[in-house]
Ligand binder design. Sequence first.
Ligand code: M6R
Length: 601
Amino acid sequence: MCGIIGYTGKNSALAPLIDGLRKLEYRGYDSAGIALPVEIGQPLYIEKRAGKLKNLEDVLINTPNSTSGIGHTRWATHGGPTDTNAHPHLDNEGKLAVIHNGIIENYVQLRAELEKRGHKFKSETDTESVVHLLSDARKEHNGDLAASMRSVCKQIKGSFTLLAMHSDAPAHIVGARRNSPLVVGIGKGENFLASDVAAFISHTKIALELGQDEVVEITPSSVVVTDLSGQIVNAKQYEISWDASAAERGGFSHFMLKEIYEQPKAIADTLIGRADGLNLNIKFKKFEKIVIIACGTAYNAGLVGKYAIEKWGQIPVDVELASEYRYREPSLNKKTLVIAISQSGETMDTLMALRYAKSKGATILSVCNTNGSTIGRESDSTLYTHAGPEIAVASTKAFATQLIAMYLIGLEIGKKLGHLNKNQVISINEQLTQLPAKVEQVLETVEPLRELTRKFKDAQSILFLGRHVGYPTALEGALKLKELAYMHAEGFAGGELKHGPIALIDKGTPVVAIMPTQDSVLAEKMASNIQEVRARGAVVIAISEFDFAGADHLIRIPNVDLLLQPILSVVPLQVLAYEMAVARGNDVDQPRNLAKSVTVE
Ligand code: M6R
């Protein structure tokens, strides 16, 4: 959570900072702020406002010219979303500014010690203790901000990306990271620091990856990375493959809509070059079980993965909420393969579960969308999805590609363990290849959903039913609706209804039912479950590959094997949630209270 950007160069810093913050707003939008050095040794210019970036932009009138600066967009953890708690935070002289992403776990104790030493705190944040610590450290290190940062990093606990600058050296920005992301953008006569490459991709495509507990100093012409002992680190440079336009809305009214429509391409890109195998460098034969760890939408993708891996790979799979996993001290060992799924590759719950599994000797395979992310780097092997940048907070194309990754892994295990013969492999590959065109077809037929959505926009609650892989799809449909429309929504396994949830059905309750394929034994069972809710007054919208007559409304999707159906059936659910959010006047790309990368536990 929280987006961070720093710029130092030859041009005015304001435009790259604001543009960068706009690209990072998906990481949090409780407040935004900037700090700019104006005169050497004088207090920094600082402006910060609670609420979205727009509130900050509105007050940036007659902003002094400066060729360096730092900017922050916040997802509040410690202290409410107020102007005072917004970053940057300043030392008592107003010359040193700090911005932060993460949580300083020992801030209460640090604050008490700092207050005893005479430091005056203005905010309720954990971050402010860092700026005061840095201020003291600068005195001990003769104004050397990088050395001060190294010493402060040794005193603070928790997760952080920090940027700091002091008006004594206005072109010099220092950053540090532990468990939270920070990338360096290397330009010509200008350099950047940011939480995500999207913040500077319109200026440079050359980036440097920073490791755990590393400190970086940038000026317009230099980048120096050190570890906490001050030793120079040769950070890995790479070229960003995304196009700058990928992080723009490109004519769509919202990023989410654009990303829904990008799914055919994202699926095709994720499949490219993988028909003959995955090159994972993992010996699947040695594993007795697989544990999938993930959060939110990625968890739902993992649930679908269980069906594919167990069917094709014939190996037991548990799917675990990453936030719960390590706390129940599960049994796992060298014979366990852990698959961590994370679009951002930075989700703290998933990262911590991964580290726990690693400490127990498990092998880690991750499925990530973001190159160079922490989860990818800390895994034994990573299968990258190629969804491109996903900016909307609600995950859509990332989910589609995570499903593809699950199918590819299931296929790979099935092949390697000898449970799939050559013809089966060819057939599955053929079906996967047809998916982009079939998703395209679904997108062409979702129009009726727009009208339906308006009809149900004031419903108290919407329920989603599915069986087999339709169950995780129902969970995903409900999650999308909750986060975007702020409506009560729940996903149920069709067969579970009669064990309790059917009591929720009242006259007019909308129920979205995902019909299994017609050839599956479950189609009839689901039809009965639909009858049960209709008999109690529910209005049923069925998503079906055949002309199912038992529903009030029917959304048709093309036929695919039941296992692959979520790729198609989730699309109308995404559109439904999108349209509902629009109809209810909600902020589609930045739903309330959320952030895209959840980098706190
Ligand atoms: O980056 P990750 O895939 O690890 O994120 C996990 C969840 O936070 C994420 O999928 C979240 O549930 C989405 N906002 C849902 O649309």
